[in-house]
Design a protein around this ligand. Structure first.
Ligand SMILES: Cc1cc2nc3c(=O)[nH]c(=O)nc-3n(C[C@H](O)[C@H](O)[C@H](O)COP(=O)(O)OP(=O)(O)OC[C@H]3O[C@@H](n4cnc5c(N)ncnc54)[C@H](O)[C@@H]3O)c2cc1C
Length: 227
C-alpha cells in the first residue's frame, strides 16, 4: 500500500464523521493533461465524452486545519489510479468527489465480524476504532503476501486472523472459507468488503445458508476481477 496525501483549499469541509466512508478520486488518464470532469446528472464525463479515471477510496484522515486528505492505496499491477499514485509528484493535479456516507455502527450488537482483503484494510481500521469497547470484534483479512499486513487499532475485545491468499485461488477464497466457521447469532453484525464476486458469494451464503437478516449485514464489492 502507499499513502497519498492530497491537499487544496477546495477540500475544505470534506470530513466524514462515519467509519468506512468513501470518496472518489479522479486523476488524468496516462499521458493526458488533468481535467476536472463534468457531472451530467448521471455520471462524470470529460469534455470529449470519455469517462474519467475515477475510483473509490476510503478517506483515512482529513486534517481540517490544513485541508489535507490522506488515502491508503493498494499497489497492484495495471491499476490506473494505483500507477498514477505510484508516480505522482508534489503539485500534480487530481480531484475528489464526496464524501459518501459511511457505516452506522449498531450499538446494540454484541459481536461484529469484519471481513476483507487489502483494499478493505483502511475501512476495517476505522470500523474497529468506532465499535464500542464492550462489543466483541472478529476480524478476518486476506492478503496476497504477509508483508501487506498492517497494524490494526487496539480494541479490548479484538481477535484478528490474517490469511494468505493462495496464488491459484480466486481472490477472497480464504475469507469465504473463514466465514463458514464463525458463530453468528442475532446480536452479530457482519461487515464485508472485497472482490465483488467473492463478497456476493458471502452475501448469498449468509442469507441462504445461515439465515442472517439482511439488516444485520453490510457487504460491499470494492473491486472486480474482469470476466
Ligand atoms: C467504498 C470503497 C472503498 C474503497 N477503499 C479503498 C481504499 O481505501 N484503498 C484501496 O486501495 N482501494 C479501495 N477501494 C477499491 C478501489 O476502488 C479499487 O481497487 C479500484 O479498482 C482501484 O483502482 P485502480 O485504478 O488502481 O485499478 P483499476 O484500473 O480499477 O483496475 C485495473 C485492474 O486491476 C484490478 N484490481 C483493482 N483493484 C485491485 C486490487 N486491490 N488488487 C488486485 N487487483 C486489483 C482490476 O480487476 C483490474 O483488472 C475501495 C472501493 C470502494 C467501493
Amino acid at each position: 500500500m502507499l499513502r497519498l496525501v492530497l491537499g487544496g483549499d477546495a477540500l475544505a469541509g470534506l470530513a466524514s464523521a462515519m467509519p468506512a466512508a468513501s470518496i472518489r478520486l479522479v486523476v488524468p488518464w496516462a499521458g493526458d493533461e488533468f481535467e476536472i470532469p463534468t457531472w451530467t446528472g448521471n455520471e462524470f464525463l470529460l469534455a470529449d465524452g470519455r469517462r474519467p479515471a475515477l475510483r473509490t477510496f476510503t478517506p483515512v484522515d482529513f486534517d481540517a486545519s490544513t485541508n489535507q486528505l490522506t488515502l491508503d492505496i493498494v499497489r497492484h499491477r495495471g491499476g490506473e489510479i494505483s500507477q498514477w499514485a505510484e508516480a505522482a509528484h508534489l503539485g500534480d493535479a487530481a480531484a475528489i468527489s464526496g464524501p459518501g456516507r459511511g457505516e452506522a455502527i449498531d450499538h446494540d450488537a454484541h459481536h461484529y465480524i469484519l471481513l476483507g482483503d487489502e483494499p478493505a484494510i483502511p475501512a476495517i481500521r476505522q470500523m474497529i476504532d468506532a465499535i464500542p469497547d464492550a462489543t466483541r470484534v472478529t476480524v478476518h483479512i486476506e492478503t496476497v503476501s504477509p508483508d501487506a499486513r498492517l497494524e490494526l487499532p487496539a480494541h479490548p475485545r479484538l481477535s484478528i486472523t490474517w490469511h494468505n491468499a493462495e496464488a491459484s485461488a480466486p481472490p477472497c477464497s480464504q475469507i469465504r472459507e473463514a466465514v463458514r466457521g464463525l458463530g453468528i447469532d442475532d446480536s452479530t453484525r457482519v461487515w464485508a468488503a472485497g472482490e465483488a464476486a467473492a463478497v456476493q458469494a458471502i452475501r448469498k451464503y449468509l442469507f441462504n445458508e445461515r439465515s442472517v437478516p439482511r439488516r444485520h449485514t453490510s457487504i460491499r464489492g470494492y473491486w472486480k476481477v474482469p470476466r
